[in-house]
Design a protein around this ligand. Sequence first.
Ligand SMILES: [Zn+2]
Length: 211
Amino acid sequence: MNKKEIEFYRLTVILSIIFLNYVNGAEVNSWECGKFESASIIGSDGTYLGKRPSSEWRFHRDILKYRSDINVVLHSHSLNATSLAIHHKTIPAFHYMVGLAGGNNIRCAKYETFGTQALSDAAIIALKDRLACLLGQHGMICLGKTFEEAFNLATELETLSKIYVKALSIGDTPVLSDEEMVKVIDQMKRMSYGKGPEPEGSNDIARPKND
Ligand SMILES: [Zn+2]
């Protein structure tokens, strides 16, 4: 493939195997591990070079096409997220970390047959203004600008799902208000972007001590 051809192809990396190994206790030492072994180079028309892509190449392609804010699509059938997806549960703001996905909930896309355009369309709807969603009776999707971002979000989603399943065993959970979630997301942005120092008196972002 020459340089010009590469411009018309997107690299679709299926991180689900690495992620599943990780949540099942294996160590992931490097983003390079499996990165290219698990990759297919796939055109927008579904033609591919090298390894045959996942049956879900369609939603990888469509999400990359419609979401200019991200570069990586991670799809998995991880145990806890999929357990919620089996019940078509949208994850509400039962915990502030739900805000990592970009809003006050993590939606569940309606069930559609795997590998179809209908599933791709449903996923794009569920991912509106979000970086993660569940797929009804199927699994989950996490997005990121980088492999590391998508992987870290997937890890958080799996943890949140595990907590939510546990919390639901006691009863319906309380949910943080929309106003509070706006504050939470603002706080996440300020802290992760390292803005600071804070105005006198707030001191909620740690910073190195100057001797
Ligand atoms: Zn799947």
